[in-house]
Design a protein. Sequence first.
Length: 387
Amino acid sequence: MSQVAVTQWSMRDIEMGDVRFPYYVGYDCLDRIAHSLLAADADRFLLVTDTTVERLHGDRLVEELSRHAPVTVLSKPPGEATKSLACLSEHLERALAAGASRASMVVTLGGGVPGNLGGMLAALLYRGIRLVHIPTTTVAAMDSVLSLKQAVNSPFGKNHIGCYHAPTAVYADVATLLTLPERELRSGLCEMAKNCLAIRPQALTELHEILGESSVASEEAFEWMLEEGIAAKSLVMRRDPHERHAGLVLEYGHTVGHAIEYCHQRRWGSHGISHGEAISLGMVVAARISRAIGVLDDDAVALHEGLAAALGVPPEMPDGISLDEVLAVVAADNKRGYLKVTQHEAAMVLLRALGVPLGPVDRPLVAVDLELVEDAVAGLILDSRVS
Ligand SMILES: NC(=O)c1ccc[n+]([C@@H]2O[C@H](COP(=O)([O-])OP(=O)(O)OC[C@H]3O[C@@H](n4cnc5c(N)ncnc54)[C@H](O)[C@@H]3O)[C@@H](O)[C@H]2O)c1
């Protein structure tokens, strides 16, 4: 990110059902964030991060916070593999051994992985202690911190073990995004693309404009992503803060996307596909399935494919993972049980038009034959061979 001039300290009020919390945004403001956290009068800070973010941005925060209260740094190597019960258990034991109490505060610094791990830690310690997020990826800043869902993965798939826990506040320092690789910056835009396709198609033009620029790392892009992320999520989460009903539309692209992300990161660790890239592929697959059952036309599918390509995600299967392993994870998707499906079906969000889910409004899921999923995922493999 070359020059980001978000110099003002601004605050947005986030509302999800009965839950409200402030979302502060500033530039080069880790000191100010630390100062603000001190007002919470915590007896200890439990800083959940990963080793990359700790190295890049952690020291400054720890230095500031530890002037006033002890800081326990809970840091793991980056990547989806650490979103596990084993790492969570290690964090819990280390926090307790360090003397964490009900008056302690969990502070997450990083992307969605430390965010989710820290969210689980805060929810479980003494049945719930305070949680503050400092997101340092676009996915976290625009998406995961705007959700009450916290989870870790199981050996069978993504986000199988989780709960709901709200942060007391979110603080984003836009300057921390400067160190993100371009690919990770774009990852957040993929979630934005999902919001546009499934909830607010009127924002597609602006998304295309941002993608047409040479770099997505501009002040305008960040501001737009934040405003658009809040607008789209607020639309559904004000009334469905737990994302169990109408809010399930946010799962668009996630059934197959999560499976590809899970398998690829299991194979390649943190060098695997990013969350946003995987969701883009999941949306292409979902659109092709909608076409196969006759509810979306070629233009809508081409729009999905074009958007994915513009996001830097050619609609192809990433290397090193097989159709069978992806399908096994799809079959274990964590939406199982929301909708009665047979063992030959998966519950998915599909669209019947841009911004209009195919399933019922109060729970937009449909049962999709796994053979259709298989065909659409096989299509990605075929496309990778052709290119
Ligand atoms: N509702 C929710 O809670 C929700 C929503 C969306 C995503 N998620 C979860 O979030 C995770 C994906 O989030 P993510 O993409 O942020 O993943 P991540 O936390 O793994 O971060 C991605 C990579 O960026 C690096 N990184 C983070 N900040 C950096 C910085 N400022 N500079 C340089 N490198 C930096 C990390 O070290 C990591 O390698 C998934 O596990 C997904 O399931 C949860």
